[in-house]
Design a protein around this ligand. Structure first.
Ligand SMILES: *Cc1c(COP(=O)(O)O)cnc(C)c1O
Length: 387
């Protein structure tokens, strides 16, 4: 039988693993940061209407520039993210993963490098490799915030072409302060010019305002967003960016013609008509997220302060064993490979109750890492401060 290794694949892909959150059929799935609420019926009906209209013209290619959709997205950001942006500053693609891929195809590539601060979103590294961009892993502090002086030194020394800042950060939930982003942008421009990509996939869930206003006067800064999380539309595959209009012009050089189908554009437009209802679910999820943080701490876990729709908790002597023990109780969460820690997505109140019940048992059976359990109370107060 032929295996991957028998094929003439690119050298940098040899030995790599594909992105692979397990898709298991269990009663409670809290592992991929999806929104647990199905779209409201009124929106489902509106999608059917919009898609029916689009279907009548499926013999034609879609609007290559997706102008109506980009205008609606610009309107959404202008209303909710504290900064006015125009259609010419917004670009959309099939998930923010495709947006990131287009950015790396444009600004990274062979002979170039991209830097991120890990643990962070694993797709930044994977898409870098996939586009032939060398991946550079920068550090975080023990509390998972970015160490500004270490990060500046890293940028000055390694001179990456692209810097990723994930805020709130996946999988830790950590928000990045605006002055940290500004400091890293300035360091990047001194070393560069270097593109700084702020991945704000969980922006709507944060306690802090959007970092969108920072793009003003910073032509090398890009903010990316997605409809997969806050809009409850992971199945739609719609991500977008906001930046200087020149960045939008630049990604045109690599995007496939007609990359965004008419059906996708119609569906996303319908969802944007229901923004207020969908943001109402976000408020419920934020309250559930805060409840998870409080109850996990009450059980005796250490919990990283979260600005997202998920919570990182630990510590475990063996996080994979603990992950399996929770799965054995019918609850699928995520082992992101951060030693000692696991990540749970905020679900419906009933799903969260099922998870908390499992977490209580697992804490009893597995215990926290003995070396760290004594620091529990001090750690709790510092992580709360950094929220
Ligand atoms: C989920 C997620 C994305 C979203 O990807 P889509 O392709 O839009 O579904 C992007 N960045 C981060 C950090 C994420 O966690």
């Amino acid at each position: 039988m032929t295996g991957i290794d028998d094929l003439p694949i690119r050298d940098e892909l040899r030995g790599q693993s594909p992105y692979g959150a397990p898709q298991l059929d269990v009663p409670v799935r809290l592992n991929t940061n999806e929104n647990p609420y199905p779209l409201p019926e009124a929106l489902v009906a509106r999608i059917a209407e919009r898609v029916t209209e689009a279907a009548r013209e499926l013999n034609r290619y879609p609007d290559r520039e997706a102008v109506e959709l980009r205008t609606a997205l610009a309107g959404y950001l202008s209303r909710t993210a504290g900064h006015r942006v125009g259609t010419e500053q917004v670009w959309a693609a099939n998930g923010s993963n495709e947006v990131i891929q287009q950015l790396l195809q444009t600004f990274g590539g062979p002979g170039r490098s991209a830097l991120g601060f890990e643990p962070s979103y694993s797709m930044h590294a994977l898409i870098s490799r996939g586009t032939g961009t060398r991946w550079l892993s920068g550090p975080r502090k023990a509390d998972f915030t970015i160490d500004v002086s270490a990060a500046r030194a890293e940028i000055a020394e390694r001179r990456p072409h692209v810097v990723f800042i994930c805020s709130p950060n996946n999988p830790t939930g950590t928000a990045v302060a605006a002055d940290t982003v500004i400091a890293l942008y300035e360091a990047a421009q001194a070393a560069g010019p270097t593109m700084v990509v702020v991945d704000e996939a969980y922006g709507e869930f944060s306690h802090q305002p959007s970092l969108l206003p920072l793009i003003e006067g910073r032509p090398h800064m890009v903010l990316t967003r997605t409809m997969s999380k806050a809009f409850g539309a992971a199945g739609l595959r719609l991500g977008y960016l906001a930046a200087d209009p020149a960045v939008v012009d630049a990604v045109q050089l690599v995007r496939l013609p007609y990359h965004l189908s008419s059906v996708t554009q119609a569906t996303a437009l319908a969802a944007l008509e229901h923004t207020d209802t969908l943001l109402g679910y976000v408020e419920q999820l934020k309250a559930e997220r805060d409840r998870l943080v409080g109850e996990l701490r009450a059980i005796g876990y250490r919990v990283t302060a979260s600005d997202a729709n998920f919570v990182q908790f630990g510590r475990f002597a063996d996080s994979h064993l603990a992950w399996q023990a929770i799965l054995d109780r019918g609850v699928l969460i995520r082992d992101n490979g951060v030693p000692g820690w696991l990540r749970v997505t905020a679900g419906t109140p009933a799903e969260n109750d099922a998870f908390l019940d499992a977490a209580k048992h697992v804490h009893k059976d597995h215990g926290v890492h003995p070396e760290h359990s004594t620091e529990h109370s001090t750690e709790q107060s510092t992580t709360e401060e950094s929220a």
